[in-house]
Design a binder for this molecule. Structure first.
Ligand code: B12
Ligand code: SF4
Length: 462
């Protein structure tokens, strides 16, 4: 029995539509597919195809018995193209992942079977049913028991990536309005047993590892205590790996936590600052960032004292954002001292509270589905923003990136890094890579507006 597990590409994701030598550092393994492979019995011969690296000519490949496709929302149109291709060959296609879970009926119109939620509890059943020709239309995996997750098959994707990846927790209680995580993985913060995590880390070949957890340290004292125990176990295991993670800003509040993180290999942390203004954070439901009179600059300085690289993430296009927001974000990020920034447009992802609100207020501009999902990369303005036209908000983004990544500011950050003996090489590579991708985003926006204008023209009655 031959199984293809496919991660579809999206030409609107700038980092994958141009061959850049930095992309090795920016294309990440589709961990969900490695997890599914780990749950697949040995009678299945598995090929994992990551179209972010290369789209193969499927017509020259052996016909599979089953295809499993994963997709974020932005990948859904390509997932449906793949489903149409395999339908012609009469190969059944199963779709899972966040998009199929949030848009079940839409997905069912394109594929034979949809798996909602986390795959662990149902994938073996899906395979068994497919083998016996009695695949159901829908299975629901709900939330998996984290104490019982088989190890992902990391060895199936061994080349082309700089980073290995691992997940140690799922779920987030904060439920920010724009984020899909609470809707998909639940509000309960679920942790894998530390021994399993260490065992898996030992199997990962790459020296660099991305910890994909939405928040590796959690929000409560018992979460932080578990993170410290995990780091201690990683130190004891002498893994000799460097890793990066995502965490909330409370990462900065505990010196013992940061010291243990570094000792176990932590080099960088990606933190969601989201908005530079308190009213913006309230609008996004991320009051957590306001707790205890938080001073972002002081928090970044504390993290830097441990030689940890900080990527700051921000959202542009809130109702509280007014003209000038591009330079405000760039200047605030520079004053906090973050090493690089990642700025996205406020995007109504299906299943989020923001989606419900914007849909009800008729504020979604790109809503010809499923085709328009390809624009939901956070790099394109798909909504109607309160204070900006689409072109005006894109211009704010250009101002933001050209200010933050201007050569003088970039060189100042890299030299500060060198002076403080932190991570100058990561700083240089990270900044050049973001700078290059922001340049590519202009090309992507030109394609987006060309499509939009062509569509508007064709809808004018002749
Ligand atoms: C790591 C990560 C990335 C990596 C991607 C690595 C990769 N190739 O997968 C990077 C950094 C590249 C990335 C990029 C983006 N990401 Co991202 N990312 C994540 C993150 C933090 C973890 C994903 C992960 O690896 N989880 C671990 C694995 C084990 O879980 P899983 O993939 O969900 O798979 C399980 C189930 O979904 C299911 N399943 C999945 N696929 C399939 C398929 C079948 C057949 C079956 C049966 C089951 C099944 O079973 C698996 C095991 O339980 C999630 C947050 C999250 N909690 O999901 C956001 C998230 C998925 N990303 C998100 C977004 C928006 C993006 C971007 C569009 C924008 C951006 N700038 O971040 C880009 C676009 C990428 C693209 N190609 O289009 C959103 C997606 C929302 C949506 N509706 O699409 C999420 C949910 C974060 C959020 N805040 O809302 N991301
Ligand atoms: S943005 Fe971060 S903190 Fe907010 S719900 Fe999503 S994962 Fe949790």
């Amino acid at each position: 029995m031959r199984l293809y597990l496919i991660n579809p590409s999206n030409p609107f994701v700038s980092s994958v539509n141009a061959s850049s030598r930095w992309n090795r550092y920016r294309v990440w393994k589709p961990l969900g597919l490695l997890v599914l492979a780990g749950l697949t019995p040995p009678e299945w011969e598995i090929s994992i195809i990551d179209e972010n690296l290369r789209t193969p000519d499927y017509s020259t490949m052996p016909r599979p018995d089953l295809v499993g496709v994963t997709a974020f929302t932005s990948q859904a149109p390509r997932a449906y193209e793949l489903a149409a291709h395999f339908k012609e060959l009469a190969v059944p296609v199963v779709m899972g992942g966040i998009h199929a879970s949030m848009c079940v009926d839409e997905a069912l119109a394109h594929v034979d079977c949809v798996v909602t939620g986390e795959g662990e509890s149902v994938w073996p059943q899906v395979l068994d049913d497919a083998r016996h020709g009695c695949l159901q239309r829908r299975y629901d995996g709900g939330h998996a028991d984290m104490t019982n997750i088989p190890l992902p098959r990391h060895e199936l994707l061994n080349t082309g990536y700089a980073f290995g990846s691992i997940q140690t927790t799922r779920g987030c209680p904060l439920n920010c309005s724009f984020c899909s995580v609470t809707a998909f993985n639940g509000a309960r913060y679920r942790q894998r047993p530390i021994d399993d995590v260490v065992r898996e880390l030992k199997m990962i070949r790459e020296k660099l590892v991305l910890v994909v957890d939405d928040n590796l340290i959690g929000t409560r004292p018992d979460h932080i205590a578990r993170a410290k125990d995990l780091f201690r176990a990683m130190v004891r295991a002498r893994l000799r790996k460097s890793w990066v993670c995502q965490a909330t800003i409370n990462f900065a509040d505990d010196d013992e936590l940061m010291a243990l993180a570094v000792e176990s290999g932590c080099r960088g942390v990606f933190i969601g600052f989201e908005s530079t203004a308190a009213e913006g954070l309230r609008e996004l439901g991320k009051r957590f960032n306001l707790l205890n009179g938080r001073d972002f600059g002081a928090s970044v300085r504390r993290i830097h004292r441990h030689n940890i690289f900080v990527v700051g993430s921000f959202i542009m296009g809130l109702d509280t954002d007014e003209p000038g927001i591009g330079s405000r974000i760039a200047n605030a990020a520079s004053s906090y001292g973050v090493d690089s920034v990642n700025v996205g447009f406020l995007t109504p992802l299906p299943g989020t509270r923001l989606w419900d609100q914007m849909r009800a207020d008729n504020r979604i501009a790109s809503d010809t589905y499923p085709d328009d999902w390809k624009y939901y990369t956070l790099n394109l303005p798909v909504a109607r923003y309160k204070h900006f036209s689409q072109d005006a908000i894109f211009q704010e983004m250009v101002t933001c990136s050209s200010t933050f990544y201007s050569m003088p500011r970039l060189l100042r950050r890299v030299s500060m890094n060198l002076w403080q003996r932190r991570t100058p090489l990561i700083s240089l590579i990270g900044n050049l890579s973001y700078r290059r991708n922001y340049a590519l985003d202009r090309q992507v926006y030109a394609n987006f507006t060309r499509d939009r204008d062509n569509r508007n023209l064709s809808s004018v009655p002749s």
